[in-house]
Design a protein around this ligand. Structure first.
Ligand code: ZN
Length: 240
């Protein structure tokens, strides 16, 4: 599909694009040319493959660029589920004007696991104002979310508990204090947040599910971390 990409000429003068640094613009184009994006514009977080396609880049710098692009709204990134989506891809790809490509894009949307990406895809599909796209968007929003990929075992309860104890049942970022619970997720119902496990070194960069690689983070900080706090992330991982 990469050969069909046509970046609109107006892209260069769009404020959101013009204000990106040249390396980020380059990173965005490199990403848009990945064949794994298919017709829809969603793909697994193949940091290695993207790095190979980008001169002088390694997985860490690729992930940093993707985080910046996500922060600027050019991509949707789910590091936990290891999926990304380029919301404008179908526009670049002429999907609206090509029923065959739209059918392919809809078919591809069914294999997306990330709830964040599913929601973003549904959003784009709804905007096409076509009955088939609307139906696909409804399906995307209905599917149960939050499962881990099938090949990845759940983190053991003992590990989870040990991490929460290590952080004193508080969020490592905002220090929000939770009440200790014997099992399951500590929850603050009044604040509408709960405590989660956060990978210090992301799974996509080879981080594992051991207690040493996990920290406690509240649900709000955990969602924010991927795009908001690159410096903090770099500190905690030693920049690696
Ligand atoms: Zn927090």
């Amino acid at each position: 599909m990469a050969g069909n990409i046509q970046f609109p000429s107006g892209l260069w003068t769009e404020d959101g694009f013009r204000t990106l640094t040249a390396p980020l613009q380059g990173a965005f184009f490199t990403l848009c040319l990945r064949p794994e994006l298919g017709a829809l514009g969603a793909m697994p977080l193949f940091l290695g493959r993207i790095a190979i396609a980008t001169a002088g880049a390694d997985k860490v710098s690729v992930l940093d660029n993707l985080r910046c692009l996500a922060l600027a709204g050019w991509i949707v990134l789910d590091e936990g589920e290891e999926e990304l989506f380029v919301p404008r891809f179908m526009e670049f790809n002429g999907v609206e004007k090509n029923p065959n490509r739209l059918r392919r894009a809809i078919a591809e949307s069914e294999s997306i696991e990330s709830p964040i990406v599913r929601t973003a895809v549904a959003d784009v599909l709804y905007r096409l104002s076509r009955i088939d796209a609307d139906r696909a968007a409804e399906r995307l929003c209905k599917v149960e979310s939050g499962q881990r990929p099938k090949d990845r075992p759940n983190i053991a309860d003992e590990t989870r508990h040990a991490v929460y104890v290590r952080y004193g049942w508080a969020c490592a970022y905002c220090s929000h204090q939770f009440v200790q619970v014997p099992t399951g997720a500590p929850e603050d119902e009044a604040a509408g947040i709960w405590l989660e496990l956060d990978h210090i070194r992301p799974y996509s960069l080879g981080g594992d599910d051991t207690a040493a690689n996990l920290r406690a983070a509240c649900s709000t900080c955990n969602r924010r971390r991927g795009v908001d706090d690159l410096d903090l992330w770099a500190d905690k991982t030693g920049g690696a």
